[in-house]
Design a protein around this ligand. Structure first.
Ligand code: NAD
Length: 567
C-alpha cells in the first residue's frame, strides 16, 4: 500500500506484530521489596517483533490466537507485567482490540525508578560527546524506522499514515536539535577579579519522568527523551494508555543507539502510575503534556512534592481572516488545520474569526471541508481518520448538539457519518462539522472540543477580533491571514497567544526555538519550557564555581587580614 513497505498478507502481518508482545516467564513470581526487585525481579521477557520494514499496516482484525499485552521497558529489556488490570487499546477505525496496556504493579514501578536511579551516576559522568554520538545514532534509527513508527500511530491513534509520519518528523527534529548538546551545555566563564574566575556549569537533575497524551504518540515522547537523556538525566516515561506502541519502538531504538540500561525506562498505567511518579522521592522533575484537568492536578501535586514540573495543557486556537487575505490560501489553511488529525491537535485551529466581508466566505469554507475524505488512516487518500474512542465521539456529538440547543447554526454536520468501507462501520467516526452564528458564551466556544469541529464567530474589525481572542482563557496558538503587513504587525504586537502564525495555520516553532503556549494552555505558575534552550534549562540545574588562583600566593610571606573586596 505504501511505498517501500514490504507487502504481507494482513493476517500474517497481524500475527507478526502482535506476537511481538508474547511473554516467556523466566522465573516464578515472588513478593519482593522494590529495591531488591530491581536486582532479582522475575523476568517475563518480551520483544517487539515488528521491524523497520515489517509491521501492521492495515485495519484488519488481529489473529485471535496471539497474546497482545503491551510490555514495559526496564534495564533495556521488554518485560511483561504481572498486572491484574489492563486497559484495552482499540484501533479507532474499527474498535478491534490491538493490545492491552497493564496497570503495572507497584513493585514493577518501584523497580523502574530504581533502575533509572542506578543508571544515573554513570550516565551523568558519561561525556557529552559520547552522549551526542548516541543521539546521532538515535536520529538515524528513527529515520530508518519512520514508517514503522507511523504505522503504529495510525493503528492505535487513528490519524492518517501521512499525518503520522509528520508526528514522527516533529519529534525527530527535537532529537536532531538535541545533537547540539555540546554547544547548548557550554557554561560561561568570567574573570570577576584579579586571579579570580567564576564558571557556570549545567548539570543534570537526576531521575526525571514524562507523562504523555494520546494525540502525538511519537512527537511528545520525543519532546522529552532526547533532551532529558542528552543532558545526562535518566527518564521514566509513561506513554498514554491509549496508544503506547510508538513509545516502545522509540525505547527499542534508543537501546540500539547505545543508551545504557536504565537511562530510559517505559512504564504503563493510568492514575495510579501518575500518582506514583508524582510522589516518588527519587524523581526530580516531571514533564506533562495533556488536558487541563490532569495537568493542573499534576502540576500542583508534583510541585508540592518538590519536583520541577513543566506542563503543557489544552487549547482553543483562533484563526482570523482579514478581507485582503488570499482567500484560497486562507480556506485551505483553516480547513487543513481544523480537521487534520480529526481536530485532535493542541494547535488545531478550532475557531475562525471572520472579519468584515469574509463572513460571506462560509459557503466556500464548508465546501472545502465537505471535500475531505474521512476513512481509515491506512486507506489511500484519507484526509482524516476517526477520533480516539467511542467516548470521545459521544462527547464531540454532545457538544455539537449543545450548539444547536444554544442557538448556533450547523452548516455541516459530521454526526452519523460512516466511511464507504463496511469493515470500518464500528469506528469512531465524526466527519468535518462547521458551526456558525456562534457567540462566546456558548459551550461549543468555551470547551476544547478536540474533534473535527470548526466554530465560526464574526468580528467587525481587526481590533474586535484581537479583543475577542484575548478574552479567551487559552493561549496556545493563533493565526492571522492578511496581505497587509501593518495589520499583521498590529496583530503580532497585541495578541496574547504564545504561538502566532502570519499566513501560517499551525505555527509550532521548530526545536531550535521552544514551544511557547501561554495563559491556560500551560499550568498556572509554570513556564513554557518544552525543548529549545528553555528545554535544556528545564532538564539541568546551574552550578557556579568561583575560584582564586593568585600568583602572589606562591611567593607571599605574610597573611592578608583585611576583609576580601575581590577587586
Ligand atoms: P489527558 O490529560 O487525558 O491525558 C494525558 C496523560 O495524563 C495520560 O498519560 C493519562 O494517563 C494521564 N491522566 C489523565 N487523567 C489523569 C488524572 N486525572 N490523574 C492523573 N493522570 C491522568 O490528555 P489526552 O486526552 O491524552 O490528550 C489531549 C489533551 O492534551 C488535549 O487537551 C490537548 O490540547 C492536550 N495537548 C496539549 C499539548 C500542548 O503542547 N499544549 C500538546 C498535545 C496535547
Amino acid at each position: 500500500m505504501f511505498c517501500g513497505i514490504a507487502q504481507k498478507s494482513a493476517r500474517s502481518a497481524g500475527r507478526l506484530a502482535a506476537s511481538s508482545f508474547k511473554a516467556s516467564t523466566s522465573s516464578t513470581r515472588a513478593s519482593l521489596s522494590a529495591r531488591s526487585l530491581h536486582a532479582t525481579a522475575p523476568r517475563r521477557n518480551a520483544a517487539l517483533n515488528s521491524t523497520a520494514t515489517t509491521f501492521i499496516r492495515s485495519h484488519n482484525k488481529l489473529a485471535a490466537d496471539v497474546a497482545t499485552d503491551t510490555p514495559f521497558f526496564i534495564d533495556n529489556a521488554f518485560q511483561q507485567s504481572a498486572a491484574t488490570t489492563f486497559v484495552d487499546v482499540h484501533d479507532p477505525a474499527t474498535n478491534h482490540v490491538v493490545t492491552r496496556v497493564p496497570q503495572m504493579t507497584r513493585d514493577e514501578l518501584e523497580a523502574s525508578v530504581a533502575s533509572a536511579a542506578a543508571a544515573f551516576p554513570a550516565w551523568r559522568s558519561t561525556s557529552v560527546m559520547a552522549r551526542q554520538q548516541i543521539m546521532f545514532k538515535f536520529v538515524a534509527l528513527i529515520r530508518e524506522n519512520w514508517d514503522r513508527l507511523a504505522a503504529s500511530i495510525t493503528l492505535e491513534q487513528g490519524k492518517t499514515f501521512t499525518d503520522a509520519r509528520g508526528d514522527v518528523l516533529r519529534g525527530l527534529q527535537v532529537a536532531e536539535a538535541a545533537c547540539a548538546a555540546p554547544e547548548l551545555l557550554k557554561g560561561e566563564v568570567l574573570e570577576v577579579a584579579k586571579d579570580m574566575e567564576t564558571r557556570s556549569y549545567r548539570e543534570p537533575l537526576g531521575v526525571t519522568a514524562a507523562i504523555c497524551p494520546f494525540n502525538f504518540p511519537a512527537m511528545i515522547p520525543l519532546w522529552s527523551i532526547p533532551i532529558a537523556c542528552v543532558t545526562g538525566n535518566t527518564l521514566v516515561l509513561k506513554p498514554s494508555e491509549r496508544d503506547p506502541g510508538a513509545a516502545l519502538i522509540l525505547a527499542e531504538l534508543a537501546r540500539e543507539a547505545g543508551l545504557p540500561k536504565g537511562v530510559l525506562n517505559i512504564v504503563h498505567g493510568t492514575h495510579d502510575t501518575v500518582n506514583f511518579l508524582l510522589e516518588h522521592e527519587d524523581i526530580k522533575a516531571i514533564s506533562f503534556v495533556g488536558g487541563n484537568k490532569a495537568g493542573e492536578y499534576i502540576f500542583t501535586k508534583g510541585s508540592a512534592h518538590g519536583k520541577r514540573v513543566q506542563a503543557n495543557l489544552g487549547a482553543k486556537n483562533h484563526a482570523v481572516s482579514l478581507p485582503d487575505c488570499d482567500k484560497n490560501h486562507f480556506i485551505n489553511s483553516v480547513v487543513g488545520a481544523a480537521f487534520g488529525a480529526a481536530g485532535q491537535r493542541c494547535m488545531a485551529l478550532s475557531v475562525v474569526v471572520l472579519v468584515g466581508e469574509t463572513q460571506k466566505w462560509l459557503p466556500d469554507l464548508v465546501a472545502a471541508a465537505k471535500n475531505l475524505k474521512v476513512t481509515g488512516g491506512f486507506h489511500d487518500g484519507s484526509d482524516l481518520g476517526p477520533v480516539i474512542t467511542p467516548q470521545s465521539k459521544a462527547r464531540i456529538e454532545t457538544l455539537i448538539q449543545n450548539a444547536v440547543d444554544e442557538g448556533a447554526s450547523i452548516l455541516l454536520d459530521g454526526r452519523g457519518y460512516k466511511p464507504d468501507d463496511a469493515a470500518l462501520a464500528n469506528g469512531n467516526w465524526v466527519a468535518p462539522t462547521v458551526i456558525s452564528d456562534v457567540t462566546t458564551d456558548m459551550t461549543c466556544y468555551q470547551e476544547e472540543i478536540f474533534g473535527p469541529v470548526l466554530v465560526c464567530v464574526s468580528a467587525e474589525t481587526l481590533d474586535d477580533a484581537v479583543a475577542l481572542i484575548n478574552r479567551n482563557p487559552y493561549g496556545n496558538g493563533t493565526a492571522i491571514f492578511t496581505r497587509n503587513g501593518a495589520a499583521a504587525e498590529r496583530f503580532r504586537r497585541t495578541i496574547e497567544a504564545g504561538q502566532v502564525g502570519i499566513n501560517v495555520p499551525i505555527p509550532v516553532p521548530l526545536p531550535m526555538f521552544s514551544f511557547t503556549g501561554n495563559k491556560k494552555s500551560i499550568a498556572a505558575g509554570g513556564a513554557s519550557t518544552f525543548y529549545g534552550r528553555p528545554g535544556i534549562a528545564f532538564y539541568t540545574q546551574q552550578k557556579t564555581v568561583t575560584a582564586l588562583w593568585r600568583g602572589e600566593d606562591v611567593v607571599a610571606q605574610k597573611a592578608d587580614v583585611s576583609m576580601p573586596t575581590q577587586s
